[in-house]
Design a protein around this ligand. Structure first.
Ligand code: NAP
Length: 282
């Protein structure tokens, strides 16, 4: 039995779809905090179990009988290490035989502010003694969906990543990799640095958007405080604006660049290029 947490999220839904191509629906459990939101998942024959990262008491029932668990990282910044520990501890009590975790590229050495909670979670997983596999995901190409739209309106892409390169891949690529490690033996103890095959800078992203939109679009490189101000100006809450600006600075230092191609090797095909994401966002 394979349990997927965060199964109603964007990545979680794609993991469930990818798993159903490899194993029977009866062997898959979707652990979700809002059961109502998972009606379509239940309709696929997948068992849906209520569980909340903020409710430690909900996890023993959610993981009952689980052989393998995919812990999809929470989206509640600042709370994540604590929330993830709840699942790790329940997995330990339940005798889970493989715990997979969606971390971030080179979590142990990353300069990204967002890596701290992933690093703390990885340490908790290692300390638990549960056989584990770390899926250290790079950036999603879909992170640039809103950038594509605003660039067409404003004529520019804004950021503070300088000429840093980003090895992004689509959520569907990372989801397929998760399904590969969950559905087959031989992945315990491995740490995968997962990223896209083809890297791009924000200037190259701007020119790709311009090419597809049929207009001239450039990249404007700001300082980190200036970029944060732009993000606050378009309505992002402070912690997210700070996180995105910090991430761009990390990108300028190579934090989201990777040329190992471990993701395409795991899924047996090339990763989705940014041009596809730009097209669908347009
Ligand atoms: P998402 O769509 O925001 O999904 C997050 C999932 O976490 C949702 O299913 C949400 O439940 C669940 N969740 C949040 N708080 C919870 C709680 N207290 N208890 C139980 N479940 C809870 O994010 P995503 O796109 O699928 O990405 C998955 C994760 O990757 C994110 O949460 C974040 O940690 C990370 N991430 C990575 C990148 C990247 O570029 N690599 C970008 C953004 C995020 P509901 O469905 O009920 O809301």
């Amino acid at each position: 039995m394979i349990v997927v947490t965060g199964a109603t999220g964007q990545l979680g839904r794609l993991v469930i779809s990818a798993l159903l191509k490899k194993v029977a629906a009866a062997d898959v459990v979707a652990a979700v905090r809002n059961v109502e939101k998972a009606k379509d998942i239940a309709a696929l024959g997948v068992q849906v179990r209520a569980s909340d990262y903020n409710k430690p008491e909900s996890w023993d029932a959610a993981l009952k009988g689980a052989d393998r668990v995919l812990l999809i990282s929470s989206n509640e910044l600042g709370q994540r290490a604590k929330q993830h520990r709840v699942v790790v501890e329940a997995a330990k009590r339940s005798g889970v035989k493989l715990l997979a975790y969606t971390s971030v590229l080179r979590a142990d050495a990353s300069v990204l502010g967002l890596a701290a909670e992933h690093k703390a979670t990885e340490e908790a997983i290692r300390a638990s003694g549960i056989p584990y596999v770390l899926l250290r995901n790079g950036w999603y190409t879909e992170n640039y969906d809103s950038v594509v739209k605003s660039a067409v309106n404003l004529g520019s892409v804004y950021g503070c990543a300088s000429d840093g390169r980003i090895s992004a891949a689509a959520r569907v690529d990372y989801a397929e990799a998760a399904a590969v490690v969950l559905a087959a033996d031989g992945h315990a103890g491995k740490t995968y640095e997962l990223a896209g095959d083809t890297a791009f800078s924000l200037a190259e992203l701007a020119s790709e958007i311009g090419r597809q939109a049929g207009k001239s679009i450039g990249y404007v490189n700001l300082s980190e405080p200036e970029y944060k101000k732009v993000l606050l100006g378009v309505g992002l809450p402070e912690p997210y604006a700070a996180l995105l600006a910090d991430s761009d600075t990390g990108i300028s230092k190579g934090a989201l660049y990777d040329e190992s191609r471990q993701l395409s090797r795991l899924i047996g095909r090339n990763t989705t290029p940014i041009s596809v994401t730009v097209k669908s966002a347009l």
